[in-house]
Design a protein around this ligand. Structure first.
Ligand code: NAD
Length: 256
C-alpha cells in the first residue's frame, strides 16, 4: 500500500496520466493532478477522485513547457514521494517541414519538464528517505517511426534521463524507471478512429487492427489501467532493485 505517500503526476487531467493517478490513489497514495488549464472540471476531477478512493487529491495548474512552472509544481505539492512524468504532446511531419516551434514545444513538454521536476523532487525524496520516479516514455523511446522526429528524440531522451537519474540515486532508497507504452486507447486515440474509418473506408475493427495496431503484435490496445498497474508495481517493495530500466507495455511491438 502507498498510504502516506504523495504522488505528483504531470499531465493528468486525461488519458494515461489520469489512469496512472487513479491506480496510485486506489493503492492508497495521496495525489496531485496537473495540467496547464485551471477549470472547474479540473478541480472536480480531483474532488471526485478523493471521494472515490478516500485519499487527498489536489489539482495544481502548471505548464510543463515552462521550466519555472515545472519546478513550482513540485514546490507547491510540498511532499513528492512519487513523481510520474507523463505530460506529452505529439506532432507528425517530415523533418524538412517540421515547424521549429513544434520541435521546441515537444522537447520542452515531453523531455525537459522531466528534468526540471526531477531536479525539484530529488531533495524532497532524499529528505523523506524514499522516492520513486516513473517516466512515461514510449515504444518510441526505444524504436523510431518516420515523421515523428521531435517525439522520438524526446522519448529517447527520457530513457537516457531515466538511466542517469537511476545512477545518481543508486545507493539511496530512490528508483527511477521508464514505462514504454505501445498504442494506448486514450480519448485522444479514440477520437481518431471515426476519421480514419472514413479516410480508408474501413470498419472500426479494421482501422484498429490494420492501421493503428499495425506494429502491435497483440492487436490489442494497452489500457490506462494496465499502465497504472505497472506504475504501482514500480512503487512496490518488489521493485526496489529495479532502477534505470524500461518496462515495455506494448503488446510485443519492441520484440519485432
Ligand atoms: P493525452 O493527450 O490524453 O494526455 C496528455 C496530458 O498531458 C493531458 O492531461 C494534457 O492536459 C497534458 N499536457 C499537455 N500539454 C501540457 C503542458 N504544457 N503542461 C501540462 N500538461 C500538459 O495523451 P496520452 O495518450 O494520455 O499521453 C500521455 C503520455 O503518454 C504522453 O507522454 C505520451 O507521449 C505517452 N504515450 C502515449 C501513448 C498512446 O498511445 N496514447 C503511447 C505511448 C506513450
Amino acid at each position: 500500500t502507498l498510504k502516506g505517500k504523495t504522488a505528483v503526476v504531470t499531465g493528468s487531467n486525461s488519458g494515461i496520466g489520469l489512469g496512472v493517478a487513479r491506480e496510485l490513489a486506489k493503492a492508497g497514495a495521496d495525489v496531485v493532478l496537473n495540467s496547464f488549464t485551471d477549470t472547474a472540471e479540473d478541480h472536480k476531477l480531483a474532488a471526485d477522485m478523493s471521494a472515490e478512493f478516500g485519499v487527498t487529491v489536489r489539482y495544481i495548474k502548471a505548464d510543463m513547457s515552462k521550466p519555472d512552472e515545472c519546478r513550482a509544481l513540485i514546490e507547491q505539492a510540498e511532499s513528492c514521494d512519487i513523481l510520474v512524468n507523463n505530460a506529452g504532446i505529439q506532432f507528425v511531419k517530415g523533418i524538412d517541414e517540421f515547424p521549429t516551434e513544434k520541435w521546441d514545444a515537444i522537447i520542452a513538454i515531453n523531455l525537459s519538464s522531466a528534468f526540471h521536476t526531477t531536479a525539484a523532487a530529488l531533495p524532497k525524496m532524499r529528505a523523506a528517505g524514499w522516492g520513486r520516479i516513473v517516466n512515461i516514455a514510449s515504444a518510441h523511446g526505444l524504436t523510431a517511426s518516420p515523421f515523428k522526429s521531435a517525439y522520438v528524440a524526446a522519448k529517447h531522451g527520457v530513457v537516457g534521463l531515466t538511466k542517469v537519474t537511476a545512477l545518481e540515486t543508486a545507493q539511496e532508497p530512490i528508483t527511477c524507471n521508464a514505462i514504454c507504452p505501445g498504442y494506448v486507447l486514450t480519448p485522444l486515440v479514440e477520437a481518431q478512429i471515426p476519421d480514419t474509418m472514413e479516410k480508408y473506408n474501413m470498419s472500426r475493427e479494421d482501422v484498429i487492427k490494420n492501421v493503428m495496431l499495425e506494429r502491435q503484435p497483440s492487436k490489442e490496445f494497452a489500457t490506462v489501467e494496465e499502465l497504472g498497474g505497472t506504475a504501482v508495481f514500480l512503487c512496490s517493495d518488489a521493485a526496489k532493485q529495479i532502477t534505470g530500466t524500461t518496462i515495455s507495455v506494448d503488446g510485443g511491438w519492441t520484440a519485432l
